[in-house]
Design a protein around this ligand. Structure first.
Ligand SMILES: [Fe+2]
Ligand SMILES: [Fe+2]
Length: 325
């Protein structure tokens, strides 16, 4: 099994070969399916989603709301967390893996790259299925029969906006690759928010933990792929990629306040808009994910770490990890 420690070694072609060779033993779809598909206990007293990850969890108007409504928000928060993962995989990462397989990007025609991209693609489809199962388990256990229509999560919305603003096909293709790379090197920071939590249903933490194990390989894979692509881009394409990095980083890490507002209203929480507006900025940053380790490593490997206009230190100091439960 590839550990996170191994994944911090310098990335290179031998890393890809090693990761590809270990996939049949490492992939959770092969080794851990029973943990998710088998019978599971559900403790209705436990939360579905950590209060510490709700940006308004300590807001007085939210705390004053009836407990039943607050619990509905909590359950919908867990469903939204999964929706965000699934939407990224289905609409951003997998389309990018398909583009990589179809030689849309230069520099990725080696077999070892194609092989590991296919392996990672299989992992992603399994992850979507795994999160789907987790969501359905929750709906059944909580008797959820209706959910708000929140549209696409913030990470996807911002990609579609950037794509529309860009206009040209090659720009759109690079934006998909950028969003995927940032996501793949950062998704464990997102999953770890749940994987280590002991206040929620054990299955919910298990799903995040299993998913994170596969992703500890995907991060190094995407860094290596990105290095191969980047050196083969034209100067203009490289500049576009670097200039778009801050938008991609913000999109992946953003807290989704628009989504939360719809959830609060759907649950019938009074003063929903006030609660959300008070929770923006201030002590709680606009970011849900503030661990930039993977991103910084990727920027270093590409040699562009000094060209990216993003306040990593300031953002890390004021994010979700600073929230109180
Ligand atoms: Fe995944
Ligand atoms: Fe992944």
């Amino acid at each position: 099994m590839v550990t996170i420690e191994e994944a911090t070694d310098p990335v290179g072609p031998s890393t890809l070969r090693r990761l590809a060779a270990a996939w049949p033993r490492r992939a959770t779809v092969r080794t851990d399916m029973d943990e998710v598909t088998g019978p599971q206990e559900y403790d209705p007293e436990l939360l579905d989603y950590p209060v510490a990850l709700m940006p308004f969890g300590e807001h007085p108007d939210f705390r004053d709301a009836p407990e039943g409504k607050r619990r509905t928000v909590n359950t919908l928060g867990w469903l939204a967390y999964n929706e965000r993962v699934v939407a990224a995989e289905e609409f951003v990462v997998n389309p990018t893996f398909e583009k990589l397989g179809h030689a849309v990007y230069p520099g990725v025609d080696r077999f070892e790259v194609k092989e590991i991209v296919r392996q990672s693609h299989i992992d992603e489809v399994w992850h979507t299925y795994m999160h789907m199962l987790g969501m359905q388990r929750t709906r059944d256990a909580r008797g959820i029969t209706a959910e708000p229509d929140c549209g696409h999560p913030v990470t996807n919305r911002l990609l579609y906006e950037a794509q529309e603003a860009a206009g040209e096909r090659w720009e759109a293709d690079l934006l998909y690759l950028l969003w995927t790379t940032v996501g793949e090197v950062s998704v464990n920071a997102f999953l770890d928010l749940m994987a280590r939590d002991t206040t929620v249903q054990p299955l919910h933490a298990t799903i995040a933990r299993l998913h994170a194990r596969d992703e500890s390989a995907h991060g190094p894979v995407m860094i290596e792929v990105m290095k191969d692509v980047f050196v083969n881009l034209s100067r203009r394409q490289q500049d576009f990629f670097v200039a778009s990095l801050p938008a991609g980083i913000k999109a992946f890490c953003a807290e989704d306040f628009d989504w939360w507002l719809k959830v609060l209203r759907f649950a019938g929480i009074p003063k929903a808009r006030d609660i959300i507006e008070d929770s923006r900025g201030g002590q709680h940053a606009e970011l849900l994910v503030t661990d930039f380790t993977g991103i910084l490593r990727m920027l270093r490997e590409l040699g562009v770490e000094n060209r990216v206009d993003f306040d990593f230190e300031g953002s890390a100091a004021s994010g979700a990890t600073g929230r109180t439960a």
